[in-house]
Design a binder for this molecule. Structure first.
Ligand SMILES: [Zn+2]
Ligand SMILES: [Zn+2]
Length: 201
């Protein structure tokens, strides 16, 4: 399905086709909380080849600082795009997984399908502050989940197939994003892919 999103001030608008549009995974890590400004972050996955952006000149890019106790602060390779005018976080790209776009569900204006309550996945709970509530239903993970966004949709039979007719896809103008400096020579491991889809750290 086509997901249309925008920032709060309206200067940046974007759209992307997604076969995996259910916002089922809530991440309570501090990166997601601080950058989304909410008690948890929730990302979807779309197809990068279909990403279109209006107001690109307002886009700014941030690379999250990943802090692990006892280790040096690491700068995430993920490109987090936000509006330079109003600060809304919009989507993430990562050239290590160059087929995807991970839109912030909160930036999407299109009404999203609602996941069945007991299928929601709550992750990175080890980093959740006490004041943030978590529903008792669903799956709870202390850190990374054991399921990717794509796997979850497949497992529950909720994958939205055939989102883009082949003809349209071929002519779709890809968003001008930074060219990949380095692309992974090999396909990422499934485990790594799961992590990527979930936490984007
Ligand atoms: Zn804005
Ligand atoms: Zn997170």
């Amino acid at each position: 399905m086509l997901l249309e999103g925008s920032c709060q001030c309206g200067k940046v608008q974007f759209s992307v086709e997604s076969e995996t549009p259910y916002p089922f995974m809530n991440c309570y890590c501090s990166i997601c909380r601080k950058l989304s400004g909410g008690p948890y972050g929730c990302n979807l996955m779309g197809k990068r080849e279909t990403l279109k952006v209006k107001g690109e000149k307002y886009l700014r890019e941030y690379h999250a600082r990943v802090r692990t106790p006892g280790e040096k602060v690491r700068i995430s390779e993920g490109q987090r795009f936000f509006c330079g005018e109003c600060g809304s976080h919009l989507y993430l790209l990562d050239d290590r997984w160059d087929y995807g776009v991970w839109p912030n569900a909160a930036a999407i204006d299109t009404p999203l399908p609602v996941p069945p309550e007991d299928t929601r996945v709550h992750i990175m709970l080890a980093y959740k502050p006490d004041w943030v509530p978590v529903p008792e239903t669903g799956r709870h993970c202390r850190e990374y989940p054991d399921i990717s966004i794509a796997d979850w949709h497949e497992h529950h039979g909720l994958t939205v197939r055939g989102a883009v007719p082949p003809k349209k896809r071929a002519t779709a103008k890809p968003a001008a994003t930074k060219p990949a400096k380095q692309r992974a020579a090999t396909k990422p491991a499934k485990r790594a892919s799961s992590r990527k889809s979930a936490a984007r750290a």
